[in-house]
Design a protein around this ligand. Structure first.
Ligand code: FES
Length: 566
């Protein structure tokens, strides 16, 4: 039982409803949902789940929330589950659906903030599983100064077909093989039917696993949260442990603002770089940092990339899947190694109530003799991080490149411009995509898209067609974490705002220089000024509803596409 003095501290929000005489209706409702007189004294914890049946990333989250609730109740707290929306990028099918994906991040943040604030919860647990759910949850956690923990739904297991391991990207790449005539109808269907064997987030070091790993590194989920696959028994055990952790956070009044700091953000990005994570992490951490009142910049991210090598042979550019990580000690073992190499700040606080260094003292060691997923810093896959911030006359305020080194570090080619990602697929099927082209997909930015679509479909199709190392792709949209190849996204200012990407014409020469970190359009200033004078801003694609509101509010990709003020 909690003591009276603890009650005063721990239920400092919910007591407004349960203790103050002015709220009889709220108390009556709480009795109505089954709370007892004893429960009225207890702190209330909102458990926000993005669970829903329609996709594998989120289908199991409501079930995990029940385990979280059991752990909460077992620790003398009241757990109340609520749901918020989620969008699975794997099911958006091109622009029409994908436009809603990034905006969903901010809707999730707004929804969680609304419920927790309106219902006076004392603490928050978020149970989330897909790309935008995690940053959305963290943005809400950062806004709400209440003890909070994130539970990751876990990675998916691999699919199998004819002796090959598969994941969601295999399904996209099968389409490219089909266009190129490199796959039979039977094998095409075989890949589609077997790529996704059940619950869990997309299985490579794509955006979901990138965010989960780095959020664990930042200290906002329990150790191993990112390493247990969705169907592993450790995931259920983690859920049951949340109650004790939440109890401790309440007792010490540790909130996300005690955990999110410049140093813990650096820890997060150090793990993103070492593991070869998604470029979407740039957008999401810019936004999370702003929600916590920290002005993270692209240059700070570049500085981390300059000092942290790429060490992990994980998909999309490598061989292994996230499910393989648990056997080698998971993210804690990687963090421990990075800490020993002086790359991790050990004194950052975490949701265990301990520091990162204290947590890592209990972590397993990486065994470089037996495991082949993580390379030692003396023999990295790439000496610096794979995420590079490029500027130049084509992206004066920044763009984000993903360069693992396997594609080379410089590409020169001629522009082929598309106003819609779907056109690339059509162009590919007509055999018009040729070696040496820089494919420019524009008006796909946060306002112009709107919603900054991911280009997984075109990039996977290009890979599947065997053109991955022969063409480059630049866009004011963004890339899925599953993307590999020579790609530059988040080009700012975006075309809709009249950025130089709006002025590119077919046949223009473009250089992508990942060493000099420059994105150059080889057109004279005079010609660009002339093209700009001829340019007219397109009409917004939406004026109403979610996307109309998004166009009016969203900021540049270089500011994390936030829809909130600082
Ligand atoms: Fe949900 Fe990949 S689409 S994790």
């Amino acid at each position: 039982m909690i003591t009276e003095s603890q009650v005063t501290e721990l239920n400092r929000f919910s007591r407004t409803l349960t203790q103050e005489i002015s709220n009889p209706a709220a108390k009556a409702m709480l009795y109505g949902v089954g709370l007892t007189e004893d429960d009225m004294q207890k702190p209330q914890i909102g458990i926000a789940s993005t669970g829903y049946e329609g996709n594998t990333c989120n289908m199991h989250l409501n079930g995990l929330s029940v385990y979280v609730k059991q752990g909460i109740q077992a620790n003398g707290l009241v757990g109340l589950i609520f749901n918020t929306i989620g969008v699975s990028d794997g099911m958006t099918n091109g622009n029409d659906g994908m436009r809603y994906s990034l905006p969903s991040r901010d809707l999730i943040a707004d929804s969680i903030e609304s419920v927790v604030s309106a219902q006076w919860y004392d603490g928050l647990v978020t149970v989330v599983g897909c790309d935008k759910n995690m940053p959305g949850a963290l943005m809400a956690m950062a806004r709400l100064e209440r003890p909070s923990i994130m539970v990751y739904g876990g990675t998916i297991r691999s699919g199998h077909y004819k002796g090959q391991k598969l994941d969601i990207v295999s399904a996209f790449e099968a389409l490219g093989k089909r266009y190129a005539g490199n796959i039979s109808d039977e094998d095409y269907e075989g890949v589609i039917k077997n790529a996704i064997p059940g619950a869990g987030a997309c299985g490579g070091m794509y955006t979901a696993n990138t965010m989960a790993s780095s959020i664990e590194a930042m200290g906002l989920s329990l150790p191993f949260s990112s390493s247990y696959p969705a169907t592993h028994e450790g995931k259920q055990e983690e859920c049951k442990k949340i109650g004790a952790a939440m109890r401790l956070l309440l007792e010490r009044n540790i909130t996300p603002k005690d955990i999110i700091s410049r140093q813990s953000l650096e820890n997060a990005f150090t793990v993103v770089m070492a593991l070869g994570g998604s470029t979407n992490a740039v957008l999401h951490y810019l936004a999370i940092a702003r929600s916590a009142g920290i002005q993270l910049t692209l240059d700070e991210i570049q500085a981390i990339s300059d000092r942290v090598p790429l060490l992990a042979d994980l998909k999309p550019s490598g061989k292994y899947y996230m499910e393989d990580m648990l056997a080698i000690g998971g993210v804690p073992a990687v963090m421990k190694y990075l800490y020993e190499q002086g790359m991790i700040h050990g004194d950052c606080l975490t949701v265990t109530g301990k520091t990162v260094a204290e947590n890592l003292a209990e972590a397993p060691d990486l065994d470089f003799d037996s495991q082949k997923i993580i390379f030692p810093t003396s023999q990295p896959i790439k000496k610096t991080g794979h995420i590079q911030i490029l500027r130049g006359n084509l992206s004066p305020t920044g763009s984000v490149a993903k360069i693992t080194g396997k594609e080379g570090e410089r590409f020169e080619g001629v522009a082929k411009v598309f106003e819609d990602e779907g056109e690339i697929i059509n162009s590919l099927s007509r055999g018009e995509i040729l070696a040496g082209q820089v494919l420019v997909i524009r008006n796909a930015g946060p306002k112009g898209g709107p919603g900054m679509s991911e280009m997984l479909k075109p990039t996977s199709a290009i890979m599947g067609a065997g053109l991955g190392d022969k063409v480059a792709l630049i866009t004011d949209g963004r890339f899925s974490g599953g993307t590999h190849g020579f790609v530059v996204g988040h080009v700012t200012p975006e075309a809709y705002e009249g950025g130089p990407i709006a002025l590119v014409k077919d046949g223009d020469k473009i250089t992508i220089d990942a060493i000099g970190r420059e994105l150059t359009l080889h057109v004279s200033d005079e010609e660009l000024a002339y093209r700009k004078s001829e340019w007219k801003q397109p009409a917004p694609r939406f004026t109403k509803g979610v996307l109309g509101k998004y166009i009016r509010n969203v900021k540049s990709a270089s500011e994390g596409c936030v829809t909130d003020e600082d």
